[in-house]
Design a protein around this ligand. Structure first.
Ligand code: NAI
Ligand SMILES: O=C1O[C@H](COP(=O)(O)O)[C@@H](O)[C@H](O)[C@H]1O
Length: 262
């Protein structure tokens, strides 16, 4: 692919997981409101393709978007406990500005970092903790309505709906990835829920590469590894995107040690 991929929130955990796996595979534009240290920037990325900017800054976003083929939009407040003024500004207004600039620039694909917290209220007292365990049959598959856990989750559901609008009215291909719990090297320790929705770094890189490469209209998929414990289906990600994860939290102890070394 000759045209660049714009990655917002490039300096954060998800951004670095993506760049750690496919940082040399694409012509990147990187955007973050914090300056990126040299070790966070792939060697092939020129400094003129690194933008220190806020996604609510319309002019800066439009400059970064010029000539871009695909967008991976991660920037935002990732805290489940984030207050309304922050998610309204960073997650909702920032995402709307990104979508608007994308359609005006003729971008083809937009990948939105949604969250498990868009649907966290399905985890009712009656279902938990059993639904976090292996062989429990409860599955969310992306066709269900949002049931946010918190105002952060509301902002993610809103981002998904903004994507629906820009797809239907402007023909932008949109995929929303409801990311589970990204951790490096091992699943979240001593945390049943986190182990059920673990996303390893390499599966994260692979999944977002699939989102750049695949053809789709409007999709909602779950972004987790192929964990034995799971209450999110990854069938849609497999079918539409060709996602084929490698990792499984069952290959680690509850304390996070690899089973083959335990
Ligand atoms: N890490 C995880 O397990 C999960 C992350 N997500 C989502 O993925 C995205 C990335 O999350 P993380 O990498 O974990 O967060 P992070 O906090 O590590 O990285 C976010 C990056 O975005 C930048 N940023 C924040 N607000 C910005 C703004 N207004 N303009 C420009 N840059 C801004 C920050 O400087 C930071 O580098 C977020 O949208 C988050 O909601 C969703 C579910 C799970
Ligand atoms: O959306 C997100 O979800 C993950 C997992 O949620 P948690 O409530 O189990 O911690 C969280 O770690 C991440 O910061 C957040 O952006």
């Amino acid at each position: 692919m000759d045209q660049p991929v714009l990655l917002t929130g490039a300096g954060g955990r998800v951004g670095q997981a993506i760049l750690g796996h496919i940082g040399e595979a694409y012509d990147w534009r990187l955007l973050d409101r914090e300056p990126l240290s040299d070790e966070k920037i792939p060697a092939s990325v020129d400094s003129t393709d690194v933008y220190v900017a806020d996604v609510t800054d319309e002019t800066a976003v439009r400059n970064a978007m010029d000539g871009v083929h695909a967008v991976i939009h991660l920037a935002g407040d990732p805290r489940p406990e984030a207050p309304w003024d922050s998610v309204l500004r960073n997650n909702i207004d920032g995402t709307q500005k990104m979508f608007d600039a994308a359609v005006d620039a003729g971008v083809e694909k937009f990948v939105f970092a949604s969250s498990n917290h868009a649907v966290g209220a399905y985890e009712t007292d009656e279902r938990t903790p059993e639904m976090y365990r292996t062989n429990h049959e409860f599955r969310l598959d992306g066709t269900e309505l949002p049931r946010p856990s918190n105002l952060y989750g509301v902002s993610k559901a809103t981002g998904e709906t903004l994507g629906r609008y820009y797809h239907d009215h402007h023909d932008l291909s949109v995929v929303n990835v409801r990311i589970g719990n990204l951790t490096q090297h091992h699943p979240p320790k001593e945390y049943e829920r986190g182990q059920a929705m673990w996303l390893s770094y390499r599966d994260c890189g692979h999944l977002f590469e699939c989102c750049i490469e695949a053809d789709y209209d409007y999709e909602i998929v779950y972004g987790i590894s192929d964990n034995d414990r799971k209450y999110y289906s990854i069938d849609r990600a497999r079918e539409v995107l060709g996602y084929d994860p490698t990792d499984n939290s069952a290959e680690f102890t509850f304390e996070g040690e690899p089973l083959d070394e335990a």
